[in-house]
Design a binder for this molecule. Structure first.
Ligand code: PPY
Length: 492
């Protein structure tokens, strides 16, 4: 069946689960790097997630989540058994009624010029993305309370602006880990960007370059790492987000190769010893045949090398021994761990709950930030480490609040994915521009010219730690879709 590698999966039609495909890619990759391809035995989705495509065209599920070089790079030539016959008629995914409806929605989507804020992109993305892509990107753990809290927390912080300050010339540029950025935001790592747009991660590379902001490259990119690096513009800064592979030789190769290719920071994800339960995503993949078998987003837990639940503080010196990139821990959720990061000589932490996709009822990064910075200041170590936040940022005022609390910068993930899914690169470009415009306006209105002038005294955070508020957020709840009912048997 397998011959010319591009043809292996070259014609497909299926609604296969995104994550098990994703995991297959990564795990196959890691095993090939370390000790050769070992077949479906190590497929994190179990052998069935490969075998269910035996003899079928898997293009439509394979392409959006795999870098183009995956098979050439990772599938042992001994497994290339022959050429695929391309004349076999296949049902094209475009022909499904769902796809026809989606194409109509795309044809009638609003113009980019009609988008005035990041929520607009989300509303359009929901209408034009495939069901699988929307489910994967938008879903979060359990009841999605933490995911909502990430946005909601900003409503519990109010401003105390100062007036009669000359704010004619506002400058929102700064440095992050020592390199310049035009605005203290970065494109954070999100997996499988090709699900949002065929060009995937490269769109973020180009848009980041255009705006002089940093891109964090995901371990689980859907474009080849080299493609993302090669798309980098002059003087552009890229950081690497790392999932620590159980096979540390694999991890070492990934890290050292990234450094060799010019990545300027190593952001180690520390909040994912196991994938959280993202039920909206699971539901979207439900079929009669897989219903019984589907236990969570982390199929084949234990045999996959992708995530290492044994990762611990004891590993940090090892990372420091294999790279001279600054080390940033991504997914820190309490001040005690920020202090440990300082003790371990890390250059940065990203306060994050993984967009609400991991531990449900993890607090918002903004709340953790407000808990953290006074402790760092009290101990006089606030300059020893850069503190970042990600999750829930949608507005210039959100960024401003984080900066006032002491964040060095903020990461933005889903909103840029939505902008990309809705309008491609021009969408991402406009989303970044909107945030720049908003932040500049907000700086003027709060009475500050430079980011160094921001401080907690410009905020009222009296109710920040109070989780019992019941604000109705019309704008974000308008784009939030309630879960659908459990499908009836036979109607899935
Ligand atoms: C996420 O979906 O939040 C990720 O970080 C990607 C991922 C997906 C499945 C396993 C590990 C990481």
């Amino acid at each position: 069946l397998i011959g010319e590698t591009r043809q292996i999966h070259s014609r497909a039609n299926s609604n296969q689960s995104t994550q098990s495909n994703l995991l297959s890619h990564i795990d196959i990759a890691s095993h090939r790097i370390s000790n050769g391809f070992e077949g479906e035995r190590h497929h994190p989705g179990g052998p069935e997630s490969i075998l269910k495509y035996a003899g079928k065209d898997a293009t439509a599920v394979y392409d959006p989540i795999h870098p183009a070089d995956t098979l050439d790079k990772y599938l042992d030539p001994s497994k290339h058994l022959g050429a695929v016959v391309m004349s076999v008629p296949a049902q094209k995914i475009e022909e499904s009624p769902e796809e026809i409806e989606r194409r109509k929605r795309i044809a009638h989507k609003p113009l980019l010029s009609q988008c005035y804020n990041l929520f607009d992109f989300e509303a359009v993305a929901h209408r034009v993305m495939t069901k699988a892509a929307w489910a994967y990107f938008s879903s979060a753990a359990d009841n999605e309370i933490t995911a909502q809290e990430n946005q909601r927390v900003f409503q519990r912080i109010w401003f105390r602006p100062q007036v009669l300050v000359d704010v004619e010339h506002v400058d929102i540029s700064t440095t992050m880990l020592g390199t310049k950025t035009s605005i203290p935001i970065y494109v954070t790592a999100t997996a499988l960007n090709k699900l949002a747009h065929p060009e995937g991660e490269i769109i973020f590379t180009r848009a980041s370059h255009k705006h002089n902001i940093i891109q964090m490259i995901p371990t689980l990119s859907s474009r080849a790492f080299d493609e993302i690096i090669d798309a980098r513009g002059d003087d552009q800064i890229q950081w690497l987000q790392l999932y620590v592979n159980k096979d540390r030789e694999v991890t070492k190769k990934i890290v050292q190769y990234a450094e060799e290719r010019g990545c300027k920071a190593l952001c180690i994800t520390v909040d994912n010893p196991q994938v959280g339960r993202r039920e909206r995503d699971l539901r979207s993949k439900y079929t009669e045949s897989n219903g019984e078998a589907t236990g969570g987003n982390s199929p084949n837990h234990g045999t996959s090398n992708l995530l290492d639940p044994s990762l611990s503080w004891a590993d940090i010196p090892w990372f420091q021994s294999i790279t001279s990139m600054p080390i940033v821990l991504k997914g820190v959720q309490r001040v005690e761990d920020v202090l440990k990061a300082v003790e371990h000589g890390c250059q940065g932490v990203i306060l994050s709950n993984h967009g609400g996709r991991q531990l449900e009822f993890a607090r918002s990064p903004i709340e953790v930030l407000a808990e953290t910075m006074p402790v760092l200041r009290e101990r006089g170590i606030e300059d020893k480490i850069e503190v970042y936040v990600d999750g829930g940022v949608r507005r210039g005022t959100d960024i401003l609040k984080a900066l006032c609390l002491g964040a060095r910068g903020v990461g933005i993930g889903r909103p840029f994915l939505y902008a990309m899914g809705a309008y491609g690169q021009p969408g991402v470009d406009k989303a970044i521009q909107l945030l720049k415009d908003e932040l500049e306006t907000d700086m003027r209105l709060i009475g500050c010219n430079k980011l160094e002038e921001l401080h907690p005294g410009l905020l009222s955070i009296r109710s920040l730690f109070d989780h019992s508020t019941h604000y109705q957020d019309g704008l974000s709840s308008a784009v939030y879709r309630p879960l659908t009912a459990v499908p009836q048997r036979g109607k899935a």
